[in-house]
Design a protein around this ligand. Structure first.
Ligand code: UDP
Length: 245
């Protein structure tokens, strides 16, 4: 019996990037799709939220003089491109998918309609949510937390390029310790860079555990779903530090 039935997988845009500097590397995207297909084969219902940071980040553009809201809309459009890339890679390996965008784009994909998304999941389709929450000044982390709450997901899996949450930056601080589990409150109080604060607060309110893991490692999504592999779970319970690391 799997731990969770329905999960939301949040992919940062950068996990689609390859070594060659391509924003969307077809081989890397195909590998990520393979990970999703493996999870699907284990019987999970899967929602996917894709970021856009590999193409455009509103905040970074605003720092260079763009008006923030306009830059954020551009960032949201970038997430639609990524969503289509992930859809394409999944369909090439026979996985049925639908993309739903928070910004309606009738010729490109479906608009976000919660009950329709629900039906797709029941039919075994992977539903990819694009454009975050559809408003500037938010991120796709918030979009992921919101969709996870709306679709009653049992957990939010955040696939990134680090293998969990550390008490300090492991790349800069030797001996930094990875948490096995950590509370939402601690993440917020210590300002740990897991997801943005509004996403953490939404998950806390709705009691949705956040599992942070490295999706760049082949086979890791299926392992972490099975409760194996290296990850950190953010939840309401007591926290534990992995002293061995
Ligand atoms: N964005 C936004 N509202 C949202 C989601 C995204 O304005 O609800 C914009 C924002 O500018 C952000 C960009 O889209 O920088 C790309 O998303 P994000 O940074 O979350 O992508 P990730 O870091 O996950 O790749």
């Amino acid at each position: 019996m799997p731990r969770f039935k329905r999960i939301l997988l949040k992919l940062s845009g950068e996990v689609l990037m390859g070594e060659g500097g391509l924003a969307i590397d077809p081989a890397v995207t195909a590998r990520v799709a393979g990970e999703i297909a493996d999870a699907k084969a284990k019987g999970y219902e899967l929602c996917v939220v894709v970021g856009g940071g590999n193409i455009f980040r509103g905040l970074a553009a605003a720092a260079k003089g763009f008006e923030r809201a306009t830059a954020d809309y551009m960032g949201m459009l970038a997430t639609v491109m990524n969503a289509l890339a992930v859809q394409n890679a999944l369909e090439q390996i026979g996985i049925d998918t639908r993309v739903q965008s928070a910004i309606p784009m009738a010729s490109v994909c479906e608009p976000f309609i919660r009950r329709r998304a629900e039906r797709h999941l029941e039919k075994g389709r992977v539903v990819i949510f694009a454009a975050g929450v559809g408003s500037p000044f938010f991120t796709t982390d918030s979009g992921a937390a919101l969709r996870a709450a709306e679709l009653k997901c049992d957990a939010l899996f955040k696939g990134t390029s680090v293998d969990g949450v550390y008490d300090a930056d492991p790349k800069k601080v030797p001996g930094a310790k990875r948490y096995e589990s950590i509370s939402y409150d601690r993440v917020l109080a210590d300002n740990l860079k897991v997801m943005d604060a509004s996403a953490i607060a939404l998950c806390r309110e709705n009691d949705i555990p956040i599992v942070v893991f490295n999706i760049r490692e082949p086979g890791n999504l299926a392992a972490v779903l099975a409760g194996e592999g290296v990850s950190t779970t953010v939840r309401n319970e007591q926290e534990t530090v992995n002293a061995g690391l």
